[in-house]
Design a protein around this ligand. Sequence first.
Ligand code: IMP
Length: 201
Amino acid sequence: MRSGGRGIRFVVVTSNPGKAREFEDLFSRYGLSFRVEPIKTPEIQAMDLRLIAEESALYAYDVLREPVMVEDAGLFIDALGGFPGPFSSYAYKTIGIRGILKLMEGVEDRRARFTSVIAFYTPMIGSVKTFAGEVEGYISYEPRGSGGFGFDPIFIPAEGDGRTFAELSMEEKNRFSHRARAARKFAEWISSIEAISPAYE
Ligand code: IMP
């Protein structure tokens, strides 16, 4: 359990160690109290990351009965009509980075974006609350770097210096990643919710 003295406790539910590390770094800056549970939540089939994240949060709450935060993220490639988008996890496991680069062979328009949607739920807030973040960038021509996870070796953020996410340190990625942007919104919101705090002391 991370403890920052605010008394707010929630569970970050993710089976992805890369995501867990990034959230730990991001939330530690806000002094939030949380722990990570590596539970795999089922992903409903939907085109909208928000819906997927909301359903995952409700599932995670049913299992844990504690305030839960889940995230659903995806890589949207313009030239592929937004593919893999909500199917990013499946695409990563099946065709992988090589498969995406193959689909992009001969394609000049390399524009893409990562989107992250964080969903938070506890019955005390009534319904699931969501927070979204995005980062624009380009698909590289070859994989570069060994940091991060998933599609990081082929994503060059437009705000960076030409390095892929996998060539950045986690601190650098956390300056402007999709996840960092959604996490910042969530952290600011939950920091302002003093009302739910006492119940979890
Ligand atoms: P998930 O469904 O939110 O777990 O994410 C879907 C897939 O998108 C993951 O399996 C990763 O391959 C990819 N992905 C999500 N976020 C990132 C990221 O920050 N960097 C690289 N790949 C990511």
